[in-house]
Design a protein around this ligand. Structure first.
Ligand code: NAD
Length: 488
C-alpha cells in the first residue's frame, strides 16, 4: 500500500470502499500548502447509509456478544497499522504537519500500541458480576450485573492528533462491542480514510461494524448527534462545537461524551528550579505548534521572579524555530491551515491591544513565505483577566502571569472556564498539595507524565464530560444491566 500515491481516498460504508455523494475535497500539506490529493466528500445520503449499516451490524449480528472475536479483530487492526507504519508516518507528516519526532509517540506509534490495551481489557473484562442472593422486598433473588455495549457510536474527531483521537475512540468502542460511524475533521480526512482501507483489506471486522465518513460539510457530522439510530456520540473538538453536539443529542437523550478545549496552567512555586521549569514550559508550548488541547499555555510564576521567568522561557521558545516537519530535529511544525494561522495571529494582535508585549516571536517567521507557520511566542505583561489568558489559542503561544504565593497560584489556575490539565513545579510536598487543589483532569507534578493507555484522560468544567483511555475510557462505551432472578 502506497498511501500517498493513493490520492483519492474513499468512504467505508457497510464494508465497502465507495466514492462520496458530494464528490471529493482537497487535503492540503500545511508545511508546503500543496494539495496532496482528494478525500471522498460524503453527503447526507452517505451518512444515512453508514448509520443504517452500523445499526444493522449491531442489531443483527453477534458482534456485540462475541468478545473473543472482537479482541482478535482489534489486534488485527493494530497489526495492520504496524505493518504499514512507515506509510502512515509519511501520511501523518504530510497531512497533519506533525513533526516526525512526534510520530514515534502520540502522533502515531503510541496510539497504535494503545489498541493492545483496548483488546486486553475486553479479553479480561468481567462482563458479568454476581451480586449474590438477597431478599429485596422479601423475595429471594439472585442478582447479576451485566455490562453490555451501548449500541451505535457516532465518533466525531478533530485534526490535531488524528490517529490518537480516532483510535482512542475506535479501540475501546469496538472492543466493548459497539458499532461505529467515524467522522473525522475535514482538515485530516486521510488519517481516518486509511483506517477504512486497512479494516476492509486486513481485518475480519464485519461489514457495517466500522464506517468511515469523510466530509467537507460539518452538517454531515452533526447528523450523528441528531439521529435516533445512534445511541452515543463520542466527540473531541472545541468547546463551542461540543456545546452544539450536546444540544443536538438532547433530542434523543443520547449519551454524549465530550473531550473539549483547555487553557491549562503551568505553576512554578517559589521553591522550584525556575529556569528548568521555564525551559520545560517553553518546550511544551511550542510542541506541534501548540496544537494540543492539554498543552499548558499559561505559565504562572512568582511575582518576584517574573522578569527572570520571562527571559528563561523566551530563551527556550525563541530557539525553537518553526520548521519542516520531515526534519528529525523539528519540534514546532506548521499549524493546520491558513484559517488557523490567521486565528492565532489575531490573538497575537489582541495581546498587544490588551497591553501585552512579546518576549519572543509574535507572528509569521520572516524566512518562511510558504506553509502555515507561526513563531513560538511568549506574551508578557498581562494578568489572568486578559482574553489571551482565558481563551484557547491553539498555536505556539504562552502567556506568562505573576502569582503571589501558592494560594494565589491555585486561584489563577482554577480561574478558567476550562479544567483539562495542569503542571506544578516545586518542592515535592508543596507541589503535591497544590496539585490536589487544581480542578483539572490530569496534573504533571515536577515532570511526571500522565499520558498512557491505562490512564484516563479528560476534563473538568467546560473541558468535557467523561474520560477517554484507561478502564474508565473503556467503560464509557458500556451500559449496565441488573438481572434479578427469583430463587424458589
Ligand atoms: P472543531 O470543534 O471545530 O471540530 C471538531 C470536529 O467537529 C470536526 O470533525 C468537525 O467537522 C466537527 N464539527 C464541526 N461542527 C460540528 C457540528 N455542528 N456538529 C457536529 N460536528 C461538528 O475543532 P477542531 O478545530 O477540529 O479542533 C480543535 C479543538 O479541539 C480545540 O478546541 C482543542 O482543544 C480541541 N481538542 C480537544 C481534545 C481533548 O481531548 N480534550 C483533543 C484534541 C483537540
Amino acid at each position: 500500500m502506497a498511501l500517498l500515491a493513493d490520492r483519492e481516498s474513499k468512504l467505508l460504508i457497510n464494508g465497502t470502499l465507495v466514492d462520496g455523494g458530494a464528490g471529493g475535497f482537497a487535503t492540503i500539506n500545511p508545511a508546503t500548502e500543496e494539495t496532496l490529493g482528494t478525500a471522498a466528500d460524503a453527503d447526507a445520503a452517505d451518512m444515512d447509509r453508514a448509520i443504517e449499516a452500523a445499526r444493522r451490524a449491531f442489531d443483527d449480528t453477534d458482534w456485540s456478544t462475541d468478545a473473543g472475536f472482537r479482541v482478535r479483530c482489534v489486534r488485527q487492526l493494530r497489526d495492520a497499522m504496524r505493518d504499514h507504519v512507515e506509510d502512515l508516518r509519511e501520511l501523518t507528516i504530510a497531512e497533519v504537519g506533525a513533526p516526525v519526532m512526534l510520530t514515534a509517540g502520540a502522533q502515531l506509534e503510541g496510539p497504535i500500541d494503545d489498541l493492545s490495551f483496548a483488546a486486553d481489557t475486553a479479553e479480561s473484562y468481567p462482563w458479568r458480576t454476581d451480586l449474590g442472593q438477597a431478599t429485596p422486598q422479601g423475595i429471594p433473588t439472585r442478582r447479576t450485573i451485566a455490562r453490555e455495549a451501548i449500541g451505535v457510536v457516532g465518533a466525531i474527531t478533530p485534526w490535531n492528533f488524528p490517529h490518537q483521537i480516532n483510535l482512542a475512540k475506535l479501540g475501546p468502542a469496538l472492543a466493548a462491542g459497539n458499532t461505529i460511524v467515524l467522522k473525522p475533521a475535514p482538515d485530516t480526512p486521510w488519517a481516518a480514510a486509511v483506517l477504512g482501507e486497512l479494516i476492509a483489506e486486513h481485518t475480519d471486522i464485519p461489514p457495517g461494524v466500522v464506517n468511515i465518513i469523510t466530509s467537507s460539510d460539518h452538517a454531515v457530522g452533526a447528523m450523528l448527534a441528531k439521529d435516533p439510530r445512534v445511541d452515543m456520540v463520542s466527540f473531541t473538538g472545541s468547546t463551542a462545537t461540543g456545546r452544539s453536539v450536546m444540544i443536538d443529542g438532547a433530542g434523543t437523550i443520547k449519551k454524549v461524551f465530550l473531550e473539549l478545549g483547555g487553557k491549562s496552567a503551568f505553576l512554578v512555586l517559589d521553591d522550584a528550579d525556575l529556569s528548568g521549569a521555564c525551559a520545560m514550559a517553553g518546550f511544551t508550548a511550542a510542541m506541534h505548534a501548540g496544537q494540543g488541547c492539554a498543552i499548558t499555555t499559561r505559565l504562572v510564576v512568582p511575582r518576584a521572579r517574573y522578569d527572570d521567568a520571562v527571559a528563561a522561557v523566551a530563551t527556550t521558545m525563541g530557539s525553537l524555530k518553526p520548521g519542516d516537519p520531515t526534519n528529525k530535529g523539528t519540534i514546532c511544525g506548521p499549524v493546520i491551515s491558513a484559517r488557523q494561522r490567521d486565528r492565532v495571529q489575531s490573538y497575537l494582535d489582541l495581546a498587544i491591544e490588551e497591553g501585552g508585549s512579546f518576549a519572543c516571536g509574535g507572528g509569521r517567521p520572516a524566512d518562511r513565505d510558504t506553509g502555515y507557520f507561526i513563531e513560538p511566542t511568549v506574551i508578557a505583561g498581562l494578568d489572568n483577566s486578559a482574553r489571551v489568558a482565558r481563551e484557547e489559542i491553539f498555536g505556539p503561544v504562552l502567556t506568562v502571569i505573576a502569582h503571589d504565593g501558592d494560594d494565589d497560584a491555585v486561584a489563577i489556575a482554577n480561574d478558567s472556564p476550562y479544567g483539562l490539565s495542569g503542571t506544578v513545579f516545586g518542592s515535592p510536598e508543596r507541589a503535591a498539595a497544590v496539585a490536589a487543589r487544581m480542578r483539572v483532569g490530569t496534573v504533571n507534578v515536577n515532570g511526571g507524565v500522565w499520558y498512557s493507555a491505562d490512564a484516563p484522560f479528560g476534563g473538568y468544567k467546560q473541558s468535557g464530560v467523561g474520560r477517554e483511555m484507561g478502564l474508565a475510557g473503556f467503560e464509557e462505551y458500556l451500559e449496565t444491566k441488573v438481572i434479578a432472578t427469583a430463587v424458589n
